[in-house]
Write a protein that binds this ligand. Structure first.
Ligand SMILES: C=Cc1ccc(O)cc1
Length: 179
């Protein structure tokens, strides 16, 4: 876990986080570059889902505090406020009704199923949305560097976040250790 102090937007870009929301949902998220994020979901309503190259808006609100927002092919909207120096964030997820009713449709590597997400958001109900606003505790911070495709590179498995936290998953260059 890096102990660096976050001051600039550049300090944040290329950083890889694992965190647990107060409702128990565990997420892994990577600021891939100034307009792109990758993530994996380890616990909660859509555990098992993973996504690469989601376009997002990423800004620094004030020194060391970052806001990220995006809208997904499922129709889910997300707004995250990272306070990495405090090892905390606040996230709000706005789920369309169909994701709450059929979460299993979204639990996959989304990049291979974009047409299915777009069809499902038309076929099923959008409203009322499920709004999930939660604080989270950051349990891991890694300096992966920008545009590193080894950070989020396979489906989540049981014990993966422990492997990452214990230093087993990535080598010194932040490439995945071959099993
Ligand atoms: C729905 C995606 C999503 C990704 C990261 C996070 O913290 C919350 C939601």
């Amino acid at each position: 876990m890096t102990e660096k102090t976050f001051k600039t937007l550049d300090d944040f870009l290329g950083t890889h986080f694992i965190y647990t929301y107060d409702n128990g949902w565990e997420y892994e998220w990577y600021a891939k570059n100034d307009h792109t994020v990758d993530y994996r979901i380890h616990g909660g309503m859509v555990a098992g889902r993973w996504v690469k190259d989601q376009e997002a808006n990423i800004v620094m609100l004030t020194q060391g505090i970052y806001k990220i927002s995006w809208t997904e092919p499922t129709g889910t909207d997300v707004a995250l406020d990272f306070m990495p120096n405090e090892k905390k964030l606040h996230g709000t997820i706005f789920f369309p009704k169909w994701v709450e009713e059929h979460p299993e449709i979204t639990v996959k590597f989304q990049n291979d199923f974009i047409p299915l997400m777009e069809e499902s958001r038309e076929k099923y109900e959008t409203y009322p949305k499920l709004v999930v606003p939660e604080f989270a505790n950051i349990t891991y911070i890694g300096e992966a560097g920008q545009n590193n495709d080894d950070v989020i590179n396979q489906a989540p498995y049981e014990g993966m976040t422990d492997d990452i936290r214990n230093g087993k998953y990535y080598d010194a260059d932040y490439k995945m250790n071959k099993k």
